[in-house]
Design a protein around this ligand. Structure first.
Ligand SMILES: Cc1cc2nc3c(=O)[nH]c(=O)nc-3n(C[C@H](O)[C@H](O)[C@H](O)COP(=O)(O)O)c2cc1C
Length: 311
């Protein structure tokens, strides 16, 4: 299949929202192995079967193709960093992760939303992947919110809901802003003196027909965006304003928009209106390179991404 077709297929498949799991087993020396997988599916209730698909190019394919047991841990929304760890090449992914074993000895991630400890029932050859069918020997689940994956992005359902509630509360002072990208360029507005640059923002996310809302302002600037994702939530120390930033990609831009878009490698950071914006934009560019976005929750002065549960 040519590159375009593969990309289009990935895009189409990515429009099916999934959870995120870590699939794990022990190698022949009893070392824990694991990788991030969203191909987890329930297969049968009687007998109790689940399946996952593993890429034949996978570093640990030899162990997974012959393992007699494996486990699947469903990650919670504050375990996004674990998902990243298990999707990134690393000698020992379990080093900084808490895990335990249950019946089969396969590693199970602590505090997962649910886990399934399995005997391998079948390994099916399927194109460039193997399908592992597991017979569930033990399992458990909790009411935690699962991490979700959609169109190549992690989606934080719990935080989105909290933000919507905060936005509806009239007593909370809120600024809603957007980091908008178009072909590795970022959209910034200039103040009247032409000295300072800032992200478009408003007091609410709103709707394209609401002129004072962020979506209305963008529409009036003739910027049409695809879906937007939560990127940063923080509180301004001086006046306790809550700042909520989304990220989005331009769907269609007018030809004369070039004036407003700054290439990633040529952004006049010193002109950005405040330090929080600088930190956010630097983080955005870094995460775009990795194509793995996190959600920052915390104080404006801090540059690191925190687990949402620590809020
Ligand atoms: C959200 C997400 C879902 C993934 N799902 C799968 C999957 O179902 N099967 C798979 O083989 N790789 C999947 N991957 C990719 C692997 O996690 C990644 O390639 C990992 O590095 C493979 O392990 P290895 O380094 O041991 O080869 C997924 C990655 C992410 C971020």
């Amino acid at each position: 299949m040519n590159k375009d077709k593969t990309r289009n297929l990935r895009q189409a498949l990515g429009s099916f929202p999934t959870g995120v799991t870590v699939v794990s087993c022990l190698d022949k020396n009893k070392n824990p192995l694991g990788f991030t997988a969203n191909s987890f599916t329930s297969v049968s209730l009687d007998p109790q079967l689940i399946s996952i698909c593993i890429d034949k190019e996978s570093f640990n394919i030899d162990s997974f193709s012959i393992t007699k047991h494996f486990a699947v841990s469903v990650l919670s929304e504050d375990q996004q960093s674990i998902s990243t760890t298990f999707a990134t090449p690393n000698e020992d992914r379990f080093q900084n992760v808490e895990w335990r074993t249950e019946d089969t000895g396969s590693p199970i991630i602590e505090n997962a939303v649910a886990w399934f400890d399995c005997n391998t029932r079948q390994v099916i050859d399927a194109g460039d992947h193997l399908i592992l069918i597991g017979e569930i020997i033990a399992f458990d689940s909790s009411p935690k919110t699962p991490l979700m994956y959609l169109r190549g992005n992690y989606v934080n359902l719990g935080l989105e809901q909290k933000m919507l509630l905060a936005m509806e509360n009239e007593n909370t002072k809120i600024v809603v802003g957007a980091i908008i990208e178009w072909h590795k360029k970022v959209f910034l507005l200039k103040d009247k003196t032409n000295k300072s640059l800032y992200f478009p923002s408003a007091s609410r996310l709103g709707h394209i027909d609401d002129n004072d809302s962020l979506l209305g302002i963008l529409k009036n600037l003739k910027i049409s965006i695809n879906e937007h994702y939560l990127f940063s939530v923080f509180e301004k120390a001086e006046d306790k304003t809550s700042l909520i930033y989304y990220r989005a990609q331009v769907k269609e831009a007018l030809e004369d928009m070039d004036d407003y878009f700054y290439p990633f490698d040529d952004i006049p950071f010193d002109k950005l209106s405040d330090e929080a914006s600088r930190i956010m934009l630097k983080r955005y560019i870094k995460e775009r390179e990795l194509n793995a976005f996190g959600i920052f929750v915390g104080k404006e002065s801090e540059g690191k991404v925190e687990a949402i549960s620590k809020k």
